[in-house]
Every structure is written in C-alpha cells, then in structure tokens.
Ligand binder design. Structure first.
Ligand code: CMP
Length: 137
C-alpha cells in the first residue's frame, strides 16, 4: 500500500467537478484516506511549490493556486503514486491521453485541474505539509 497527495485545483473546484474527479480515483482502485477544502495563502502555495521557485512559471503557478479554494486529498492504494499520475494524464492537457482527468477537465498547463505527487519522497513531504498523521485513516 502506498499513499499520495492529490490537489483538485481552483479551476476544477469552480467547474464543480470535484465528485467526478474523485470517482476516477475510487473507480480505479484508489481510496480517499482523508480530504479537506482549503483556501491556500500565497505563503502556503510558495512553500508547497518551493521546488519550482526558480522556474519562470512559479509566480503564475502561485497566483493560480490561490485564485480559489482547492480540495486536498490523500489517496491510498497499490502503487498509488504511479496510478494517480496515470489517471491525471500529462501536465499539459494538450498532451494528455484521452480519458485522463486532465484531458477531460483541464484548460491549460496552469489550469490543469489536478496536482499529484511525483515520487515517494515528495508524497511523504506533501502529505505531511497538509495533514497530521491522526487525520489520515
Ligand atoms: P503540478 O503537477 O501542480 O506541478 C507544478 C505545476 O506548474 C504544474 O502542475 C503546472 O500546472 C504548472 N506549470 C506551468 N508551466 C509549467 C511547465 N512549463 N512545466 C511544468 N509545469 C508547469
């Protein structure tokens, strides 16, 4: 069993497709171990995405992530990190395979509907950033 962090981003929350996205996870062997709806501050978003702070898209990414509430989920299942990335599709929705979350719900590389941890190390860090152990079960 593995855990990964998923964020349903402001664009998808505004489109009211939170349930449809969670259904993709649950229908494909992932379980919601915990979740919450949060309005991130600039400070939260900058710290969460600190790994990208030198990238040219960093400021736009942070502004987008604070543009409305997000839904933050810990998903659990066999190979959860890879499974979630497969279900999300490519970062740029123009390149995302048909039937993936980003192909179906994302508008652009910034407004790309979901975030998912990309490694075991990052999954642990990202989960701990948002949740205490006693909130995950
Ligand atoms: P996410 O998985 O949340 O991780 C970082 C985010 O930066 C990514 O999804 C995109 O929404 C955003 N982003 C914007 N431009 C780029 C880019 N050129 N390469 C990667 N990510 C980008």
């Amino acid at each position: 069993m593995e855990q990964t962090l998923s964020i349903i981003k402001p664009d998808a929350v505004k489109k009211n497709v939170v349930g449809k996205i969670i259904d993709r996870f649950e229908s494909n062997g992932l379980r919601v171990a915990t979740m919450k709806k949060v309005q991130l501050s600039q400070c939260d978003a900058k710290e969460f995405y600190a790994v990208h702070k030198e990238r040219p898209f960093f400021a736009d990414l942070v502004d987008f992530m604070v543009s409305g509430p997000v839904v933050i989920i810990v998903l659990e299942g066999l190979n959860a990190i890879a499974k979630n990335r497969e279900l999300m599709g490519a970062t740029d929705p123009k390149e995302a395979a048909a039937g993936t979350i980003r192909a179906d719900f994302a508008d652009s590389i910034d407004a790309n509907a979901v975030h998912g941890s990309d490694s075991l190390e990052n999954a642990k860090r990202e989960i701990a950033f948002f949740f205490a152990n006693r909130e995950i079960y």
